[in-house]
Design a protein around this ligand. Structure first.
Ligand code: HEC
Length: 234
């Protein structure tokens, strides 16, 4: 009744053969997938120019084409050229492109004290902190030449720079540059007013009264009635 040793061996091997090595098959399939994916062409390989390469197709041999003449980039339509340059033709104009209100002057003073006063000083006399430390000293605004300079000239200097002075076109947007222009004119008047300009107001003007004394870090707040010159005297 003893079993044949071969048939027993065959019985033992049988289940092993049924196992189809799943790990090897899966990795083979993955390799095939990866290789096939590498064969995709689609739009990867199409006729194109490398940036700024030469081209025989166009008469000027440039593959990079300039925009059609008259193209205006979004947000760059500068129809009111005086507002953006301060120039009328090739000469600076002498008018404000919008009315000057108290808000405009306040804004102008704020921008001026930030961007211009470090060199020109808050008074505009050119004795700012930076020239005191060795930078070229700017001219005072309170000279005849700059007092008579048209408004557009100041806008132009801020927009394009002047000699040793860099331009402030990036830091100060156009409307704010005009506010600075208005404030510079007010500064000039403040240093060059005659008694006649005060037209009947008492000289010296009465001292201001304050609602808030200010802390040194904050400015004092003037009481409203003292903003109207001479009102105390009535
Ligand atoms: C870094 C210092 C500096 C700052 C900040 C500066 N300026 Fe000047 N500015 C100068 C110097 C220096 C000159 C004289 C340049 C020269 O003659 O080469 C000058 C000249 C000028 C002039 C006179 C141009 C003339 O005809 O003589 C005007 C106007 C002027 N600046 C306006 C401004 C305004 C407005 C600002 C603020 C937006 C400003 N500057 C900020 C340094 C500065």
């Amino acid at each position: 009744m003893a079993r044949h040793p071969r048939s027993q061996a065959a019985r033992c091997r049988k289940p092993r053969r049924e196992r189809p090595w799943p790990a090897a098959r899966v990795s083979l399939a993955l390799c095939a997938l990866a290789l096939l994916a590498g064969c995709r062409q689609d739009m990867h390989d199409q006729p194109r120019f490398k940036p700024l390469a030469q081209s025989d197709f166009y008469a000027d041999l440039r593959s990079a084409r300039p925009p059609v003449e008259g193209t205006v980039a979004r947000g760059q339509l500068r129809e009111d050229s005086y507002f953006y340059t301060g120039m009328v033709g090739d000469k600076p104009g002498d008018y404000m492109p919008f009315p000057v209100t108290r808000e405009v002057l306040d804004r102008g003073r704020e921008r001026f004290d930030i961007y211009c006063a470090p060199c020109h000083s808050r008074l505009g006399d050119g004795n700012g902190m930076i020239p005191q430390r060795g930078f070229q000293r700017p001219p005072s605004y309170h000279t005849d030449r700059l007092r008579k300079a048209p408004l557009g000239y100041f806008f132009y200097v801020m927009t394009t720079g002047f000699g040793a002075m860099p331009d402030y076109a990036q830091q100060i947007e156009p409307r704010d540059r005009w506010a600075v222009v208005a404030y510079i004119r007010a500064l000039q008047l403040s240093q060059n007013a005659s008694a006649a300009d005060l037209a009947g107001h008492p000289v010296p003007s009465p001292a201001p009264r304050f609602e808030e004394p200010g802390s040194g870090a904050t400015l004092p707040v003037e009481a409203p009635q003292s903003r109207e010159r001479g009102e105390d005297e009535k």
